[in-house]
Design a protein around this ligand. Sequence first.
Ligand SMILES: NC(=O)c1ccc[n+]([C@@H]2O[C@H](COP(=O)([O-])OP(=O)(O)OC[C@H]3O[C@@H](n4cnc5c(N)ncnc54)[C@H](O)[C@@H]3O)[C@@H](O)[C@H]2O)c1
Length: 254
Amino acid sequence: MTSRSTQLDGQVAIVTGAAQGIGKGIALVLAESGAAIVIGDIQEAAGTVEEIRDDGGRSVSMIMDTSKPEDAQSLVSLALREYGRLDILVNNAAIDAPGGNAWDLPDQEWQRTIDVNLSGVFYCSKAALQPMLEAGRGAIVNLSSQAARLGAKGLSPAYNATKAGVLGLTMGFAAQVSDMGVRVNAVMPGLVESRDFGWSAETREARAREYPLGLGTPRDIGEAVLYLVSPGARWVSGTALHISGGYQRGTSWF
Ligand SMILES: NC(=O)c1ccc[n+]([C@@H]2O[C@H](COP(=O)([O-])OP(=O)(O)OC[C@H]3O[C@@H](n4cnc5c(N)ncnc54)[C@H](O)[C@@H]3O)[C@@H](O)[C@H]2O)c1
């Protein structure tokens, strides 16, 4: 195994939406640090599980929908059944509502985006808190986005709203459970090339120009999550880390 660190040895982490993209990057980084990884995704995540196992790690997955409370509960039950404990939850699964403006966003797209990106985070956190509070320890990391505070023409306002809502959930949960041993934080990534966005070379170059350190990779976000769940972050709860390659557009009102 290409283990760099053993700081999560013996720990068990749920990562939602880890079949691909940023979730997969997070799962691989946490696995390399010793955590057993339990993946919940609406699509098959066998590729990620195999990669972790081939590298000497432990991982299982199930097909589920984070927007369904009973699925969130089943995912936590899977972690407890397979590995007997739950230390970490990474709420990564989300959808981009189709590009569009406020006046032409279909109502059902608005609702689905709220259901997955916001309610999904609530359901999975609520389910995970039960064993975490019983054990008196745990760490939850929520994937927000710099889109929580930056809108754009053609970008679904439903996405902006859910990513701002994720910050609210992070603060609300952190206020209620930090003194019971569970730390809750968020990351706000900038643009991460998590999949093929179908851009032309010119578009990619134009986007990359906004990032002094270049576009992000899924593993860049994995490293930030690793910090937030590691013992080094023992005094960190109720915060949101901007991980965005030096991007500075917009105001910094939070
Ligand atoms: N890519 C970026 O530039 C970027 C920037 C900021 C924040 N983020 C956030 O990072 C996270 C991951 O983004 P990504 O780019 O890797 O996305 P992605 O679309 O590549 O991957 C999302 C994963 O979540 C899964 N998923 C979708 N709906 C689900 C559901 N209802 N239940 C369970 N699984 C579900 C998908 O199957 C997929 O595996 C998201 O929360 C996203 O909002 C991404």
